[in-house]
Ligand binder design. Structure first.
Ligand SMILES: C[S@@+](CC[C@H](N)C(=O)[O-])C[C@H]1O[C@@H](n2cnc3c(N)ncnc32)[C@H](O)[C@@H]1O
Length: 316
C-alpha cells in the first residue's frame, strides 16, 4: 500500500476537536499524528485555509495520504516524517495556538493486512508505525524475555492471562520463531482457556495485539515527557488536545495533565511552596469528551475514544 491506496479513516470527535482548538484565521497549529489528514482538513476548512498547519506522522504512507487530502491548502501545510515525541527538534522555535494528538493507529493501518496490526488477517507480524526503523513485532516476540513480555501484556493491555500467554510464546518460539499474525493468534488461543472467554471482551487476541503494538512502537513510556514538551510549544492560552482509544492511554494523559496543572512536590502540610514548580496549564471544564450517539452509530471505531484538553496558562 505504499501509494496509500484507498486510505480510509473517519476523523473521530471532529466537531469536539474543533470546538476545543477554536481555530482562528492567522493561527499556527500542529497536528502531531496527521494520519490521513481528516482532522487537519477540518481545521483548515474551518479557517478557509487562513492558518499555518505543521504536521507529523511516523508512517510514511499516512503522510502520502495526508499530502493528497491536504492538497487544496498545500501553501498552508508543512508535513514531516517523524515522531511527535521529537516535535521540539523537528519544528524548533515554533509556538502554536493549538496542538492535536489523535493517538494510536488509523483504521487504514488496521485494515492494511500487510502491516500486521490485525488479528483478523494472516500477514507478516510487523506492527511498526514507522517501517523505516525499529524491530518488527515478530522480532520483539522472538527475542524478548518472558518476564518483559508478561509485564507488557499487563501494563499495556490489562491482560489477566499475561503470564500464560508469555510462557506459551516462549515455548512456541523455541520450536518455530514467530513470523505471522496468526502465529500470535494461535499462541493466545492456546493460552486462554475457552471456558473462561467472555463474548463482551471481543476477540481473545485483541489485548495481546494492543500490548505488542504499544511495546514495538514504544508508545507509552515517553508519552508523559512528550506531552510536557508539547505544552512548552504552545503560546500562552494555546491548547493541547489529545484523543485516546483505551483506558491505559487515557490514564497516562489524564495523569500527565494533572501533574502539569499541579506540579508542586512540597509536602501537603508545608506552609509555603519551596519546590518552585509552577502550574503550566489549566484544564478547561467539560473534558474528557466522548462521542455522541450519532457518531457511535456512524463509526464503530469511535466507541472507546476520549478527548482531553489542557490550556497553557497566560502567565506562569
Ligand atoms: C488515529 S490516526 C490519526 C488520524 C487523523 N487524525 C485523521 O483524521 O486522519 C493516528 C496516526 O498517528 C500516527 N502516530 C501514532 N503515534 C505517533 C507518534 N508517536 N508520532 C507520530 N505519529 C504517530 C499513526 O501512524 C497514525 O497515522
Amino acid at each position: 500500500m505504499s501509494e496509500a491506496k484507498g486510505f480510509h479513516h473517519i476523523p473521530v470527535l471532529r466537531d469536539e476537536v474543533l470546538s476545543a482548538l477554536q481555530p482562528v484565521p492567522g493561527g499556527v497549529y500542529l497536528d502531531g499524528t496527521v494520519g490521513g489528514g481528516g482532522h487537519a482538513a477540518a481545521l483548515l476548512d474551518a479557517v478557509h485555509g487562513e492558518a499555518k498547519l505543521y504536521a507529523l506522522d511516523r508512517d510514511q504512507d499516512a503522510l502520502t495520504a495526508a499530502g493528497k487530502r491536504l492538497a487544496p491548502w498545500s501553501g498552508a501545510v508543512t508535513l514531516r516524517h517523524g515522531n511527535f515525541h521529537d516535535a521540539m527538534d523537528i519544528y524548533p522555535g515554533l509556538l502554536f495556538d493549538g496542538i492535536l494528538l489523535d493517538l494510536g493507529v488509523s483504521s487504514w493501518q488496521l485494515d492494511a493486512a500487510e502491516r500486521g496490526f490485525s488479528y483478523h488477517e494472516d500477514a507478516p507480524l510487523d506492527m511498526r508505525m514507522d517501517q523505516s526503523s525499529g524491530i518488527t513485532a515478530a522480532e520483539w516476540l522472538n527475542t524478548t524475555d518472558e518476564k518483559t513480555i508478561t509485564q507488557a501484556l499487563y501494563d499495556y493491555a490489562d491482560e489477566r492471562w499475561a503470564a500464560r500467554i508469555a510462557k506459551l510464546i516462549v515455548e512456541m518460539r523455541a520450536e518455530t520463531p514467530f513470523a505471522t499474525t496468526q502465529d500470535l493468534v494461535r499462541a493466545v488461543d492456546r493460552a486462554i482457556p475457552k471456558a473462561v472467554r467472555r463474548k463482551d471482551e471481543g476477540h481473545p487476541a485483541r489485548r495481546t495485539f494492543q500490548a505488542v503494538r504499544i511495546a514495538v512502537n514504544d508508545e507509552l513510556p515517553p508519552l508523559k515527557q512528550a506531552l510536557e514538551d508539547l505544552v512548552l510549544m504552545l503560546k500562552p492560552g494555546g491548547r493541547l488536545c489529545v484523543i485516546t482509544f483505551h483506558s491505559i492511554e487515557d490514564r497516562a494523559v489524564k495523569q500527565a495533565f494533572a501533574k502539569m496543572k499541579n506540579p508542586c512536590e512540597c509536602p501537603v502540610n508545608a506552609p509555603i511552596c519551596v519546590c518552585g514548580k509552577k502550574p503550566l496549564v489549566s484544564l478547561p471544564k467539560g473534558y474528557p469528551k466522548a462521542p455522541g450517539e450519532a457518531e457511535l452509530q456512524a463509526n464503530f471505531r469511535a466507541r472507546s475514544a476520549k478527548l482531553r484538553c489542557a490550556q497553557r496558562l497566560q502567565d506562569e
